[in-house]
Design a protein around this ligand. Structure first.
Ligand code: PLP
Length: 361
């Protein structure tokens, strides 16, 4: 077996310990004589798995009792529609557009009501986070929407926007559980788990209870109504059971690592190794404003598309996988989520140094 350092933006690297444990339990989960994959979601064994996963997530994020945790399907993209369908009582929402995912979410919301783009960084290819301290928030906005970490561009809101009392909704797909958060500052937090938490197929929604109502837009499908899933404890229909089981294992792994404060420290240490190198390199350069840099997704370029392609190819041959930038921006991107060990980042920087020596322009 030869595991590579996998810098994929998602699906992405998972803790080896979690994968080993899941493999050991594959044929006989805790004496049930079957895999979690084969188990009824109505069984007591699965109920224990989902209850424990929820409690561990609540512990990790210090989720208050007046928030529900929902384990859903449809990916983060399905939430682009579910959010307006459930929350747009006045049919007005304010969106801050800091990348493709926020843009897509805003475009989807436009199908259901009036969307005001109250800030955007499109003018400079989304390479920064706009000042959000005094935005023209709409009087009747049902919510203010952000994508907290921009997976493609590598920027992060290090300070939440001033929503002037309006409900904050955040897509945290690519920074989920990477550092502590104050859940009370949000009405709704959601993310696909396939970057920092588990296998593709599960999306987690953390939503304040007062936002869960029957008063949804006409025609909202039962499956897209938060109340459906909140009332049924995420078991209205067959859930992505195996995915939830792996998420649960990652939550336990995170607890063992010391929780989210320890994760933040670890992530800052890893990101610093890469950013410090980029800041002094003559060949490679980071593409975003330093103050807005993400701890999770680090895009960089040489400025020469052929050299970028050569780098990605040679890095792959050296066991450093998935370093190609997103198809919409080119260059390179190293995603260094929670489960990427520090050794992976050190190996990447060592390889970049060697490549720089061999390819100086
Ligand atoms: N939001 C963000 C920040 C993402 O990075 C992605 C996917 O990469 C999505 C949403 C879309 O997620 P999904 O493919 O689960 O719909």
């Amino acid at each position: 077996m030869n595991r590579v350092y996998n810098f994929s933006a998602g699906p992405a690297v998972l803790p080896e310990e979690v994968l080993r444990e899941a493999a050991a339990e594959m044929l006989d989960y805790e004496g049930t004589g079957m895999s979690v994959m084969e188990m009824s979601h109505r069984s007591s064994a699965f109920q224990k798995i989902i209850d424990t996963a929820e409690q561990d997530l609540r512990d990790l994020m210090a989720i208050p009792d007046n928030y529900k945790v929902l384990f859903l399907q449809g990916g983060a993209s399905q939430q682009f529609a579910a959010i307006p369908m459930n929350l747009m009582k006045n049919k007005v929402a304010d969106y801050i557009v800091t990348g493709q995912w926020a843009k897509k979410a805003s475009q989807e919301a436009m199908k259901y009501g009036k969307v005001n783009i109250v800030a955007s960084s499109a003018d400079q290819t989304f390479s920064y986070i706009p000042d959000c301290s005094d935005l023209p928030i709409s009087e009747d906005a049902d919510y203010v929407y952000i994508c907290e970490n921009n997976t493609i561009y590598g920027t992060k809101f290090h300070e939440l926007p001033n929503t002037k009392g309006k409900t904050l909704v955040a897509d945290v797909s690519s920074c989920f559980l990477s550092e502590p958060v104050d859940v009370t500052k949000y009405g709704l937090i959601y993310g696909g788990v396939q970057k920092n938490i588990g296998p593709a197929g599960v999306v987690i929604v953390i939503i304040r209870e007062d936002l869960i109502t029957d008063d949804v837009l006409d025609g909202t499908p039962t499956m897209l109504k938060y109340k459906t899933h909140a009332d049924a404890g995420s078991l209205y229909n067959t859930p992505p059971a195996y995915g939830i089981y792996i998420c649960g294992k990652v939550f336990q792994w995170l607890k063992k690592q010391g929780g989210l404060a320890a994760m933040k420290e670890h992530n800052e240490k890893k990101a610093k190794i890469l950013y410090d190198y980029l800041d002094q390199s003559r060949l490679f350069k980071g593409t975003v404003e330093k103050k807005d840099r993400s701890l999770m997704n680090v895009p960089f370029v040489t400025g020469d598309a052929d050299l970028d392609a050569k780098f990605v190819k040679e890095a792959k041959a050296a066991g450093l996988e998935n370093l190609k930038g997103h198809r919409s921006v080119g260059g390179m991107r190293a995603s260094i989520y929670n489960a990427m060990p520090i050794e992976g980042v050190e190996a990447l920087v060592a390889f970049m140094k060697k490549f720089e020596e061999e390819n100086e322009l």
